[in-house]
Design a protein around this ligand. Structure first.
Ligand code: SF4
Length: 73
């Protein structure tokens, strides 16, 4: 499994927990009830990309940590 860099834009995240529901091993809420990544290896890549696609505000960005290729958006 390739290493991913996953980031959540807190200017966009509205905290609806969609990504937490899809990938609870990767995302959790912080004290401001916004999503944060606590384990980028906590779900298969396909699940992480699905969580990114389903985010209603496009707050999640996924990058190949080795090559820098942007996988989403
Ligand atoms: S799905 Fe998007 S808006 Fe909802 S908690 Fe996750 S990052 Fe935030």
């Amino acid at each position: 499994m390739r290493r991913l860099t996953i980031t959540v834009d807190h200017q966009r995240c509205v905290g609806n927990a969609q990504c937490l529901n899809l990938a609870p091993g990767v995302f959790r809420h912080n004290d401001a009830v916004q999503s944060e990544v606590f384990d980028p290896t906590g779900a298969p890549e396909a699940v992480i990309l699905k969580a990114a696609r389903f985010c209603p505000t496009s707050a999640i960005r996924v990058v190949d940590a080795t090559t820098g290729d942007v996988l989403f958006p």
